[in-house]
Each structure stands twice: as structure tokens, then as C-alpha cells.
Design a protein around this ligand. Structure first.
Ligand SMILES: [Zn+2]
Ligand SMILES: [Zn+2]
Length: 351
């Protein structure tokens, strides 16, 4: 999963193999089986670290601000928590905004717009795209483009954020790989090339509009908690505290939950399914990532609406998609079947 600060539409300069196979199914029939995209680039070499050159000063400054300001705010919040605790309003507001923006990323950006794991009503698509944009992880088109690229070149040359090091790499080099996958890749030049990776989104005028509104939506992501806190308490301090907890701290936690899928879930954990990459299932992150950390299952079957396919595997995003389906807001949902899972399972599934 990615944050993608490079402007949409910029052309790729990397010499990666051309992708000829469709990334996502265009219709409801059979697209759940489209789970082997990365087989199309079997000739790519392992290890993506250092492939992309360092980004320009402008991109590095923006990324540093977007990543560092929430960290600084988080440090202040910890000190404040120790001395003053946290009020119910801030706690509830932060939880609701984490839920909405997190599901915007996992259900909207990822399972719907990247992998087409269900067909939404038009208003639901727009709401999810806006909610995902509020997570401050780049525009919807850049996010989807980088993530599709990740799947096609996963843990090989061309993957924007692989932690995988060459065989025999030492501890320091492996740690550098984890840093690269978690945050470091954002400081490198990874052109979005939306025409190549997200032609379907560029053809969708609703998504184009949401993508164009990215700066406004991101500003609203901070403004909303401030205004609600101010209105509810009637004080400027109340507004600023809501901005701290439901704005900056919430963004900090969701950033690192998302980025952990790129780093931890390609380095540690179980691999119950056969894939050509190092994707892994990490149960400890399932709750905070809304089910995205069942990442080996996801790489084995990218188009499934459910990633936690084993017994007892918590997957809140799948539960939300099920609710959307029951309400008639989502159709053609790609749910796993035992026959499909058996195609790539190599060890028994467990919680
Ligand atoms: Zn992955
Ligand atoms: Zn994915």
C-alpha cells in the first residue's frame, strides 16, 4: 500500500518490462480469478532497493513535512496524555476519523479502485474515494497507480517499495530495506505514469474530480476535527486539541498502519499461499490495518474482497463490504471460495 506524492500523468523513466495482461477485470464474470498479475513479469530481478534515484528537493520537502509533522505532533500528544489525559470528545472523534479514512484507503483506494473486488453504486465510489484522500496518502490516482505497480513487480526490480535485500545481506542492509519499504521510498523518484497504470480511473470523471480536489480534501481532513472540537467546546483550545488527536495523531497512526503493510508484511510472518514474492500474513496488524495485513493471501488473490480468508482471521474491510452488499450498494463482490483458495494454498490456514 502506498503514498504517492508524484504528480499524476508523469511518464515513467524506469526500464521495466511492459505489462500486457489486464490488471483488473472489467466485468463481473471471472475477474475474481485474476490473481496472477505478477506472473506477467517473471523475468524481472529480485530486490528493488536503490532502483529509483533520489527525488527532487520539492518532493522530498513535501514528503518530509507530511511524514514528520504528524510524528512531532504525536510526540507532543504523548507528553500531553501523560499530564492531562485525553477527553472523550477527542477520543471518539479520533476513532471515528481513523475508521472513516482508514476504510477509505482499504475498501476504497485498495479493494475497490485498485483491484475492483466489487462494483459500487456511484455515490459510494465517490464517498470512498474522498474518505481515502482524507488519509493524506497522496491522490487517489497516484495511490492506485503505485499500488498496481507494486503488485506487478512485487519484490522485484520496478517495485516502488520492496524491503527485500539480495541474499546474504547483513542486518544493517536488511534494516535499510525495511526503512525503504516503510517510508524511504517516498523520498525516491517513482513517477506515477497514470496513463499506463490507471487508465480506467482517468476515464472516470468522478475519480478525476476527486483526484483534482486532493489538496482541498486533505485540508478538510484537518479542518473538520478543528471545527467540530471548537463548536463542541466553544473554545479555541478545544478546537486545537481535536486537531491534535483527531487530525494529526490519527493521520500518524494510519500512515504507519498503512506503511507497515509495505514493510513488515513483506518481511515477517506466515506464507500460507504460494506467491512469487515475499508477501506475508501478520495477524498482529489485522485490527489496526482493517484486515490488510493478511497480505500473503492478498498477493495470492489480489481481486478478492476478503483478505482474511482463514478461520478467525479478522478483516473489518471485508465485513464492511459485506454490509454494503446487503444494503444493495455493492454488487459483483469477489468472495473467496474453497476451490479458489486451494489453488495456491501450501500450508493450512490458521488465525
Ligand atoms: Zn504487497
Ligand atoms: Zn493490493
Amino acid at each position: 500500500m502506498s503514498i504517492a506524492p508524484t504528480p499524476a500523468g508523469e511518464r515513467s523513466v524506469s526500464a521495466v518490462p511492459a505489462v500486457t495482461a489486464p490488471l483488473v477485470g472489467a466485468d463481473g464474470s471471472g475477474h475474481c480469478l485474476n490473481g496472477t498479475e505478477h506472473d506477467a513479469v517473471g523475468g524481472a530481478t529480485r530486490g528493488a532497493y536503490g532502483d529509483a534515484p533520489r527525488a527532487g528537493a520539492g518532493q522530498r520537502t513535501i514528503v518530509a513535512l507530511l511524514a514528520a509533522v504528524p510524528v512531532l505532533a504525536g510526540g507532543f500528544a504523548v507528553v500531553r496524555l501523560w499530564s492531562h489525559g485525553i477527553g472523550w470528545l477527542d477520543l471518539i472523534l479520533a476513532s471515528v476519523m481513523y475508521l472513516v479514512t482508514g476504510l477509505g484507503v482499504t475498501v476504497g483506494f485498495h479493494r475497490l479502485l485498485t483491484h475492483r473486488s466489487f462494483r459500487p453504486s456511484r455515490w459510494l465510489k465517490v464517498v470512498l474515494a474522498v474518505a481515502g484522500t482524507m488519509a493524506i496518502q497522496g491522490s487517489v490516482i497516484s495511490w492506485v497507480s503505485q499500488h498496481r505497480r507494486h503488485h506487478v513487480f512485487s519484490d522485484r526490480t520496478g517495485d516502488p517499495h520492496s524491503p527485500v535485500r539480495p541474499p546474504g545481506a547483513g542486518l544493517v542492509e536488511r534494516a535499510r530495506g525495511l526503512w525503504h519499504a516503510h517510508t524511504g521510498w517516498l523520498f525516491r523518484r517513482n513517477p506515477v505514469d497514470a496513463e499506463r497504470w490507471s487508465a480506467d480511473l482517468l476515464a472516470d470523471k468522478d475519480i478525476r474530480l476527486v483526484s483534482a480536489m486532493t489538496p482541498v480534501v486533505m485540508a478538510a481532513s484537518l479542518l473538520i476535527p478543528f471545527v467540530v472540537g471548537w463548536a463542541a467546546t466553544g473554545t479555541l483550545v478545544g478546537g486545537l486539541l481535536a486537531l491534535l488527536w483527531a487530525g494529526l495523531v490519527r493521520i500518524l497512526l494510519l500512515h504507519h498502519a498503512t506503511w507497515s503493510i509495505n514493510s513488515i508484511c513483506h518481511a515477517f510472518g506466515r506464507q500460507p499461499f504460494r506467491t512469487r514474492d515475499q508477501s506475508r500474513d501478520v495477524a498482529a496488524l489485522a485490527l489496526v490495518s482493517f484486515g490488510e495485513s493478511w497480505h500473503n493471501a492478498h498477493h495470492a488473490f489480489p481481486n478478492l474482497a476478503r483478505h482474511g480468508v482463514g478461520p478467525g482471521q479478522i478483516d473489518m474491510s471485508a465485513a464492511v463490504i459485506r454490509i454494503f452488499e446487503r444494503l444493495g450498494w455493492a454488487t459483483d463482490v469477489c468472495w473467496p471460495t474453497p476451490e479458489l483458495l486451494a489453488r495456491r494454498r501450501v500450508v493450512p490456514l490458521s488465525c
